[in-house]
Design a protein around this ligand. Structure first.
Ligand SMILES: [Zn+2]
Length: 229
């Protein structure tokens, strides 16, 4: 009788769990169940956690954070203080008109929210406005790691979670044009459980944050020079 070959199962990058289950409707990614059985994380949460950890979480300890929409990609204990907002729920913040002063937070994390708003350029400016110069804004959206061009429907598509659009990698240039006084860095990461690619955007006024992904040899690309030619 032949023995079964050992199968390498990657651990969840958030909780270390080794058991995974299918998503809603039995969804798999390339035959792999994507949902962590222990913490419920998805592919994008685990990839985002890896990106943020690669920035050096020890650097976050004296920074305040606002997380727009709650997900397990960050650990609130990394930060000096933590606040969150959920759309039409707890402490709901309209990202096209944020009821906060300039530089209200050091770090703003905005995962999978921009696709829900009609005017994403307005939201990008608002998110950047409330981020202090000592910190950074981190944005992720579906699905620039896996498509080149954005498809914008101009209205919410309720067959696609009410999204106004699905982003392609051209969001990089939208960020660059919309926030010409910021550094914008694209960072790519692969979820080790499923192999699914994801990407996030690090937006800051700080050369220090701009340089970290490159120093740490992440898969990163910079498009902006913070207003410099
Ligand atoms: Zn987990």
């Amino acid at each position: 009788m032949q023995s079964q070959p050992a199968i390498d199962i990657a651990a969840c990058t958030i909780c270390g769990g080794m058991e995974f289950k299918a998503g809603p409707g039995g969804r798999l990614f390339k035959d792999v169940p994507p949902v962590c059985g222990q913490c419920g994380s998805l592919e994008r949460h685990r990839a985002t956690r890896m990106i943020l950890e690669s920035l050096g979480v020890e650097r976050f300890s004296d920074l305040s954070v606002l997380q727009l929409s709650l997900d397990p990609s960050i650990d609130r204990n990394w930060f000096r203080s933590f606040e969150y907002s959920i759309y039409e729920n707890h402490n709901s913040i309209d990202i096209m008109s944020i009821d906060r002063p300039d530089s209200a937070y050091d770090v703003v994390i905005c995962n999978h929210v921009l696709e829900h708003v009609p005017e994403d350029r307005v939201a990008m400016r608002e998110l950047s406005r409330i981020t202090s110069n000592r910190g950074f804004l981190y944005i992720s959206v579906p699905d620039p790691a896996n498509r080149a061009e954005t498809s914008d429907w101009g209205e919410p598509d309720w067959t696609q979670h009410g999204h106004y659009r699905v982003y392609g990698m051209d969001i990089l240039h939208k960020l660059e044009q919309t926030l010409p006084d910021r550094y914008v860095v694209l960072i790519k990461q692969v979820d080790p459980v499923t192999g699914r690619q994801d990407a996030g955007f690090l937006v800051s006024k700080s050369r220090r944050w701009h340089d970290v992904p490159f120093m740490n040899k992440m898969r990163a690309k910079s498009v902006c020079r913070a207003g410099q030619p």
